[in-house]
Structures are given as structure tokens and as C-alpha cells.
Design a protein. Sequence first.
Lengths: 359, 359
Amino acid sequence: MYNLDNIIKERLKPEQLKQFNKIYYGREDHCKLKLLESTIEVSARNNFDVAGYSFSAAKEEVRKPNILRLGLIQHSIALPTDSPICEQRQAIFDKIEKIIDVASSENVRIICLQEAWTMPFFLCTREKERWAEFVESPSDGPSTLFLSKLAKKHEMVIVSPILEKDEDGVWWNTAVIIDEMGNYMGKHRKNHLPSVGSFSETSYYAPGDTGHPVFETKYGKIAVNICYGRHQALNWLMFAINGADIVFNPSATIAEFGETFWGIEARNAAIANSYFTCSINRVGNEEFYVQNEKKSRTYYGSSYVTAPDGSRTPGLSKDKDGLLIVEVDLNLCRQIKDKWNFNMTARLDMYTKALAQFK
Amino acid sequence: MYNLDNIIKERLKPEQLKQFNKIYYGREDHCKLKLLESTIEVSARNNFDVAGYSFSAAKEEVRKPNILRLGLIQHSIALPTDSPICEQRQAIFDKIEKIIDVASSENVRIICLQEAWTMPFFLCTREKERWAEFVESPSDGPSTLFLSKLAKKHEMVIVSPILEKDEDGVWWNTAVIIDEMGNYMGKHRKNHLPSVGSFSETSYYAPGDTGHPVFETKYGKIAVNICYGRHQALNWLMFAINGADIVFNPSATIAEFGETFWGIEARNAAIANSYFTCSINRVGNEEFYVQNEKKSRTYYGSSYVTAPDGSRTPGLSKDKDGLLIVEVDLNLCRQIKDKWNFNMTARLDMYTKALAQFK
């Protein structure tokens, strides 16, 4: 698939390209990270892309820089959707392990996978029983056990969006947080569930009941806004109010469901809330046979990161597995808050009253 | 000043340009309106740009199409800032009258001017008394009297953002709504006031006390989110809750204050709230001498309109007076609400409680 940004890069003069980047990416230069030789070699051999960018902050007198690397992984499923469930999952585990190894070698400290990363996004099938064995316990299901080992080995915090089955057998769309010692740290359940056209998640699981938790990990205060929740300004806002410096948005979304504004919403949220947003979307084509009818959905990847000043990285590719490494200085969050004062001028008391009156 | 979009248009092949427009403007084709010969002639003679675009909606069985034309005006001041106040204002009136005449000939039914449109944006000077005579009564001040005549003549609703002095002499940053018969219909006072770096509006006027009114004009339900209020997601949201189909964002903003995300925030608001947003910014360079020190600020124009589906028009120029004419079918608002269900899934009860707890 051709890459539009590459074409524009070829066709514009350097000064024009700076202007283009400023308007469309929020800064004149993308600030690429230099990757290790081994990263380039391993990723080529295993057929995934790696891209790296950095965002800096001003030096401060009292605080030290708070620099770390974040990792975002986008991937396709690895086997056809009618393969045995354990094999499908294991094949995904195998490729994710290789990507996380590379991320670790590049010093990534917090990594996030895509929504329902261990499985095809079967929610379009309207079948439930057929897929029930992909759904697991967040604290000790197969994916948490698998990632805990990697988290411990690499001293990495891992955000793992899965489908959860609770002790009563109720399903939830859940992001599990695993700390850098490999321990289960907590979870967040998706707050807003889409019903768009013939696609609906409400027959699979309930809207989240965990509010807007922010996890104070060793490396930073993080939160997770799962997929469709990115359309809700208040969802983003509550994570800011609760102190997040980084909000991940693991997604599974197809072109017809808003590709034209994929670059807008998470970027706007970073600006409005003075934090980093990390947008992740799966890639590849997934085919299902439902009552002998073929359903097919293609995910467009394009994972990217936005800084609190509104500048963003280019997206990963639309059709290939990829690792996006982003070096951030978390001091930028407070610096931008102090600059724009969006939180100081938010008048939340006025809105609390206005919303109460409305309800 | 060169126009980046024109350069990109020249350098990309037709298929690539469609892809570019889709990603960066939300649709493959800009759907230009054909303008009258007289529009082209009058605008050239008076040195302002005119551009026109349309957004369509699907046909419905029960409702008729609800098509109308909106107008956005961006302009520079007309005389140096040390000229007599009445002359400065009159010179602006003179050029605005010509632009509104053209808008009328193109069947524009609702028009909005930029923030504090009758004056230089003197709020950067930190002086108050020197400029006090620009500040006026919203119901019968000079600008309302001037625009009322035009509104009546052209059967046009006019949104007139001015600085207001109330009966107690207190100032407000206010948008006046004049109906199509030339009557004062109401006003909205700016809710969120910026304090950014050395620039602060809080010493001039108080944060608005008029809430989030929506005006049911003959042509559509409109609201006004003045300038810095575009950074506040809840400000946009309340206008949606109160029923707006069109929200104007009259502004006066310079490159250092977020030009890199000018294209993001109002566009995101249109998506999040399923209404049209109309972003207007002044143009030109304004020079002030304050205690013998020269202050200079340059506004970057780039006014644009976004539809509820997230597609947007190109911006007007960065440095020239301009009229943006946009034909909309207001039926699109409900169609998009029904498609995405962002309001159905908003869980406002949850947020009302969460915000109340926080406060």
C-alpha cells in the first residue's frame, strides 16, 4: 500500500515540508529516534515495522527531566479465524513476544497492545458462544500469565486489553495493567460501547463499572480509554482530572467507522487535557463465516502518539504489524498546563451544576 | 503568502489528492460552490477573497431537506490603531457592509463576524481606558444599529461578537444575535477567558454568566463559543445538550497561541457533538504603542467550517479579508447522531456524579 506521507515528502521542497508538518503534525520536524541495528534486522526478518520519535520538554531547575520510552504495538491475527482457539492465541503470542523483545532492547518502559489483542475481533459476528474461550480472567488468564513473564523479564509495564470473564461469568471489555515486576496491578473496563449500524458490542458485555482509574506505575501515571471511548470528551477529561500523564487508546476500528477522523480525536484529547495520548489500532483483514455468510473486516492500523502540545508522530502503516517507540519527557505535561491554563479556566463547578440540571 | 494546499494540489496525482483530502479534510472532494460573476468581480475590486463549499445530507422520507447557506467573515482592521476611534470603527463598517452585500447576493442566511470585530484586538496592550469607547451596549450600540439595518435589508441572521459594557459599566466579551428582521434577539457572554503568558483578558472583563444559550433563529438553532472557549470540551458539549445545530467560534488568535491545532479543536467538536462548527479568525497585523514600546500581533485567518461527519472545508487565507460561504443541510446533524450514537452512549449521569464528587 502506498504511503501518502512519503509521496508528499518527495514532492515538497524542504521549507514546504516543514510547513506541511507544522500544520498537519504540529511541528516542523518529526524528531526521529535512531534505532539499533538489531532492531532493524529483527523487525525485517519477522515482518514488522519499527518507527521511533521523541518529544522533548524544557529544562527545569527543580525537577529533573522525566524521560522514558513508550511502546505501541499494532498487529494482525496470525491464523485463520476458524483455527483452534488455543492455536490462534499461541500464534499471536509468538509474534508479540518477538516485538516486545525488540521494544525492550530499545529501552521501552511502558507498552500497550491493541484492543482484544489475543483474538480476532469477532464482535462483528453476533455470535457469542463460538468465541467464549478467548475470554479470560484478567488476573490469571493465559494472556496475563504470558505477559507477566515478559513484564518481569524486561522490567516493563504492560497494558493488555483483553475480553474479561468475571467470577459470575459476565463479560467485560477490559484493559489489564501488569507492573514491571510482572504483577497484576489492576484493570479498567471500557466505559462506552458502540452500537453503529449492524455492529453492536452491547450484546457481549456491559458498559464499564470501574470509573476512570489512573495507575501510578513506576514509570508514570497512566490510564486507558478503550476504543469507542475516544469519542467521548468527558471520558478523556476524567482521566485528566484523576491525574493521568499518558492515556492509551487501544482500538479495533475499520475505515467506515471514522478513519477520516482517526487523527483528530486522540490528538484533540491530548491538547484539551495536557497529557500524552497513544492511539493504537489493529491491522489486517479478518474473515468470518456466520451462518454460511462471509463477513470480512479490514483494520487500518495508523497507530500514533500525540504530545500535550498537540504535536504528533506520523502513523504506523495501514496494513502491517508495527512497533511505535516514542521517547517522552513527562515534564511536558505540567509545562503545557502552566502555559495554556486549560484546567485553571475549566470552570468545572459551572458544568457540574449545568449537567445536574440537565439530568 | 504561498498557499500550501495549492502546492500540494499541484504536486499530487488526482488519486493521491483524493487520499490527501480524505485524511486531512475528511472527504475526497471539497464540493465547491459555483459563485456568481458579480461576487468574483466585487470581491476582487474590494480586495477580499470569497470561497464556497457545500455539505449534503441523505434524502429522508418524512423531513424535507433543510438547506441553507452560512457565511463567515474574517477581516483586518482598516485604519492604524492610533486613529480616532469613530473613524477606525466606521472604516471597518464600510468594508463589512460590502462583504455582507455579497453574502446576501449569494443567499447567505446566517452570517458570523470575528471576535471583537469592530476594533483592533487591543487586549494585548494591558490598557483599558484608552480603548473604552469601542465598548458598547449590545442591544443598541453602534455596531448593533449598523448590523440591524443590514440584517433587515437582507433578511439575514447576524452574529456580532463585540465588547459589551453593561448598565453598571462592567465589560463582557459578548456575541450579539440579530434576527432576520433586524431585531436584537439575545446575547452570549464568553465563558472561558485566556491567561496565556503576558496576555490576559481577565483584567478587562469577567467570565460569562449567560450559560450556554441556543438561539432558535428562523433558519436554524445556533450558538456561539467565543475564541478560547474552543479549548473546553464541556463548553462545546453544553451547546449540543441545549440543541444547537450550528456553533460559531469567532476568534482572534495568533500563531504562537496554537495555530498548529487550529484545525483540530473545532473539527473535533463537530464530530463529538454532531453539529456544524464555524471557526473564524481575524487577519492582518495590528501595532500598538504602549508606554512607547511597540507591540505587534499578526492574526492568521484560516477560517473554516466542519460538518458533523468530521469533513471540513479548506481554510480561507492566512492574511487576507475573506468571506466563506458554506451550504449545509441541517438534516445531517440528526443523521450523524443516529449513525454514531455518541449522545446515546454518553453516560452523562455517570459524569455528573463523577464531577460532583471531584468538586
